[in-house]
Structures are given as C-alpha cells and as structure tokens.
Design a binder for this molecule. Structure first.
Ligand code: SF4
Length: 211
C-alpha cells in the first residue's frame, strides 16, 4: 500500500496521528511496517503545516540544508558562525537551491553539519522573531525529529527528504525543494519548459536511486 493510501486508511479509522509514537502504534494496529513511521509522520506534518508556512513572509523563513549535499572534494565554502557559507560555485545542488530561493526573496539559508547547530540558530533567532517558518532537507528520521521539535515552538515546517541519505554525497530532488520554496508564492513561479536539473552526473544518480 502506498504512503498516501496508508495515511487515508489511518485517517478513515480516526487514528491518533499527532505524534511519532501515535503513528507507530496506529501502523501496528493495521499491520503495516512500523519503519514507515517517520515517513508518514513527516508527510502528515507537511500537509498540516503547509497553509501556515505559506502565510509566513519569505524573509522570515529559514532554509536548513544538510552539509552532506556538498561536493566535499571541491567545495570552496568556508565554515562560519551559522554553517557553511556557500559561494554558489555550481559544484553541487546547494548553490542551485540557494540561487532559486534568493530569487524568491529568501534570505536565510543555513548549510549545517547537524542538529546541534540547527538548535543554536533556532534558539537565537526564533525569540527575536527572525525565524517564523522553516524548510528542512534531511533524512526521514531527522525530519521527523525536527517536526516534533518545531511543532513545540509553533514553527511551521515544510520538509523535503533526501533521495539518498548518508554522511557524504547525498542526493535530493532539487525540483521538489524548489516547489517547497515556492509554497505560498505560486504566482512568482516562472514556467520551466524543461525541469532544470543539476548535472548529468546528478541525473544519473537520481535515476539509479529511483530504480
Ligand atoms: S555550490 Fe556551494 S555548497 Fe556546493 S560545492 Fe559550491 S560552494 Fe560548496
């Protein structure tokens, strides 16, 4: 059964889907794989928070990008107070994502090595009102964890999962990230005749992962 169908089935049964634990219990009750817990929880949160996220001005939306997407061997970025400072050199998908976001008016991009820096940034910027929504790219467990924490802070999150997780050389669907960035700004979306992709190598890997 596909994720959407599982969510529909759980919803039709009136299952409690408010926390990761509740989703896990609900999945066991319908004999579905509990390993889908994080994926289902994240997709439910994405839907639930989409409208709230859309209402937040872009300059108050923080974009958290994992450092594992960098081209480690060739990345010229330096590490600053808030993570890697991307120069948009074009050697990984991050530059493309940031460039697109900037065109839409986004100002806050954080290329981070892990959760502890995300926590530091949120701790510093949420109370000042500088961050009122977040877009995060990560693996499913990290997105689920972030979803729980940000719910507590009342920060709407839109999450984009990595197509291939790991410590280095990970992969994300750049088009999906761009669509998430455009949430609430659909009129600003320029028609793309052909979906823009990062590179031939990037496309080859993406096809492999989807096979
Ligand atoms: S696009 Fe940015 S993050 Fe990627 S390799 Fe270049 S400087 Fe590094």
């Amino acid at each position: 059964m596909g994720i959407e169908n599982i969510i529909a089935k759980l919803a039709s049964l009136g299952a409690d889907l408010s926390t990761r634990n509740a989703v896990k219990v609900a999945l066991s009750l319908i004999s579905e794989d509990e390993e889908l817990t994080d994926q289902i929880y994240v997709e439910i949160k994405n839907k639930a928070y989409k409208e709230d996220f859309a209402k937040v001005p872009v300059e108050k939306r923080a974009v958290f990008i994992p450092q594992c997407l960098r081209n480690v061997k060739e990345c010229p970025a330096g590490f600053g107070e808030y993570g890697w400072e991307c120069t948009k050199c074009g050697k990984c998908a991050i530059g493309d994502i940031i460039e697109h976001g900037e065109k839409l008016g986004y100002r806050q991009f954080y290329v981070v090595p892990g959760g502890s820096l995300v926590k530091k940034i949120l701790k510093e910027k949420v109370p000042k009102g500088e961050i009122k929504a977040a877009l995060g790219i990560a693996c499913w467990p990290e997105l689920a964890e972030a979803g729980e924490k940000l719910s507590m802070l009342k920060i709407p999150l839109q999450a984009v999962p990595l197509l291939r997780a790991g410590c280095i050389d990970t992969l994300v669907d750049v088009e999906r990230v761009k669509e998430a960035l455009e949430t609430g700004l659909e009129q600003k979306r320029k028609p793309r005749i052909q979906p823009r992709t990062h590179s031939r190598r990037h496309n080859r890997i993406k096809k492999k992962v989807r096979r």
